[in-house]
Write a protein that binds this ligand. Structure first.
Ligand code: PEP
Length: 250
């Protein structure tokens, strides 16, 4: 039985004041979430503050990125160990806004995945196709390639201590959600792809859906057999909406 996991990706949004308000709202309602693990991925500058605010609650902390390096002359980068110092448990790696917006390669994302694990963090590995790739009919090849960058470098076993987020790029921040059937199809493909190497790892792997999931469409998406939670952008900035999604996850 895979425990659903719902993670909010706040991206580069908020102020110290709005972050405090949002966490207060989440803390007030998180007790009504039964089964889902609840994670908030705050901007790095707010991790310390959010870490203190969520202490003693069921809310876990994640970062939106992590350096592939452990330490050294990497101006502007933040290491997994530094994130760990502030109670961060999860690290998003390979978000499309970094793959496509900042030119991160599959190899670099795989290195970040490993760096997160080496520092004791659980990577949330984002994968997903561009609109033109879906239209060309290569969605499965793209997802397989992005998964294989990690599997070939660090072994299928490395997926044991990770979460995968399938996020079709055309659905992120666009209001265009993949239909439950479209999403389920890709999730089942990803699980089957991993199962070719290790059925046990595949059966235990939590695969989130991300892409314009909101309070209105979450229940239907999360009801799909291979969808084990959500990675939520815009709707995670409103406590009520995010909590509704978390409750839909169990
Ligand atoms: C995301 O950024 O991971 C995301 C899914 O964003 P949104 O929910 O806004 O589409």
């Amino acid at each position: 039985m895979r425990q659903p996991i719902v993670a909010g990706n706040w991206k580069m949004n908020g102020t110290l004041e709005s972050v405090r308000e949002l966490v207060a709202g989440l803390k007030a309602g998180v007790g009504e979430v039964n089964a889902a693990e609840v994670v908030v991925c705050a901007p790095s500058i707010y991790l310390s503050e959010v870490s203190s605010l969520v202490e003693g609650s069921a809310i876990k902390l994640g970062s939106q990125d992590v350096s592939n390096a452990a330490s050294g002359a990497y101006t502007g980068e933040i290491s997994g160990a530094m994130l760990n110092d502030f109670g961060t448990q999860y690290a998003i790696v390979g978000h499309s806004e970094r793959r496509h917006g900042r030119g991160e390669s599959d190899e670099l994302v795989a290195e970040k995945f490993k760096a997160a694990q080496d520092a004791g963090l659980i990577p949330i590995l984002c994968i997903g196709e561009l609109l033109e790739e879906r239209e060309e009919g290569v969605t499965e090849q793209v997802c397989a390639r992005q998964m294989d960058a990690v599997i070939n470098a660090y072994g299928v076993e490395s997926l044991k201590n990770s979460v995968v987020a399938y996020e079709p790029v055309w659905a992120i921040g666009t209001g265009k959600t993949a239909s439950p059937e479209q999403a389920q199809e890709v999730h089942a493909f990803v699980r089957a792809h991993v199962a070719k190497q290790d059925a046990g790892v595949a059966a235990g792997l939590r695969i989130q859906y991300g892409g314009s999931m909101n309070a209105g469409n979450a229940a239907e998406l999360l009801a799909q057999e291979d969808i084990d939670g959500g990675l939520i952008g815009g709707a995670s900035l409103k406590a009520d909406d995010f909590l509704t999604i978390c409750r839909a996850g169990g």
